[in-house]
Design a binder for this molecule. Sequence first.
Ligand code: ASP
Ligand code: MG
Length: 462
Amino acid sequence: MKFGGTSVADAQCIRQVVDILEKHYKAGDELAVVVSAQRGVTDQIIEIIGKLPTAKDDSAIAPLIQALGKRHITTLEGAAPDFVAETGAVIEERLISLQNILFAVYNLRELTPRSKDYIISFGERLLAPILSAAIRQRGIPSTVLDGCDAGILTTPQHGESTALPESDERIKKRLEPLLGNEIPVIMGFMGCTRNGIITTLGRSGSDYSASIIGAGIDADEIWIWTDVDGIMTCDPRVINDARVMSSLSYIEVMELSYFGAKVMHPRSIEPAMRKNILVRVKNTFNPSHPGTVIVRNGQRDNRVVKALTYIDKVAAININGAQMIGRPGVAKAIFSILADHEVNVMMISQGSSEANISLIVDEVHLNAAVHALTDLVKQGIVREVTHNHDVCAVAVVGAGMAGAPGTGGRIFTSLGKAGVNVMMISQGSSEANISFVVNQQDGPRAVRVLHDEFRLSEECDE
Ligand code: ASP
Ligand code: MG
């Protein structure tokens, strides 16, 4: 079971988490717990350390340490009153070590990806001992492990590392003796390299940790506890009658998370899928709701389209030039120069005339991308590069679209009737996703039209 930042935001939330754990433990379930930092803590740490190397003075450090100390000790007092002395000492010690590291970053005027990973793992380092103490407060034994102790070995890609296959065996060896005898609490978001250097798995990485751990111990189920009832047909801030789906397939969840739905860390499905483990998404604050179940083949129903996502923080780039026609290597030149500049391309489309390639990138990468591609114009490989900031990408997701003729027709006919102009379309060969790009201001209307067209707010025969 993984609990996210909102589920452990304060003492009261933590007591609710322990209610859930206690119930399952007493029913005889063998449990391992993965936990995130308290809501907002990782952001707080990242904000300060980003500025430290160029800060005029070190005055930002003390208030951060004090704020973290106050919040965590207050949480501890409310969640595990009998362990305030013991666990409080652990927290104080970690805060001193964090403070020393922050002074070092300031004095060295340098923040390497490696030190950054260690620093941003402190949110989890501060919180996990509190949850473990709260479990012991109920008379259930519990120990704390960091991601590395729990056996998660990763690639050395700091900030975005991936679990290595040999993690499975290490995790099993470390956790199996504990299961059933206690509830081990594992710090999410982090692992380490083969040399023992701490790495992080990317923002929201605790979901991924849970899946890695679940795969390692061959869990029957992986439960992701969050603050909503399950995965929804669309962002409820855009579509007010968005609905919680009872079941989805691994592929559908992957497509949704790649395209910006804040469902789960995008890589977190892979370990579960590898071991064919059922994943449940449930609400800590409404535990009797069945939530969403994620399995290999989603429940068969009559729906071809299941959910929609909408990302507005993207930009479109158009690359034109008749010289691109029939010339091998142009795509290679474009994508390798973008990769060199660390631009992540989210969507690609090339017409069969080959005179034009369109790309969608994250807004934050736009300048780097345009700058890189201008080089290709200078070299005469392409004629012209233009870009457009005011666009958004919509993804229509449903594994049932594969081999279902007419879905594309329905999508674009309904958009056409609503007067929404589509600027670019892309469909992967998995056919579980059709994505398209429209003007920024048309985005919410486009998802509204499609949510209605495919009757996503209705239960159907799910
Ligand atoms: N604390 C980390 C983050 O904020 C990991 C997580 O919450 O899953 O990104
Ligand atoms: Mg999260």
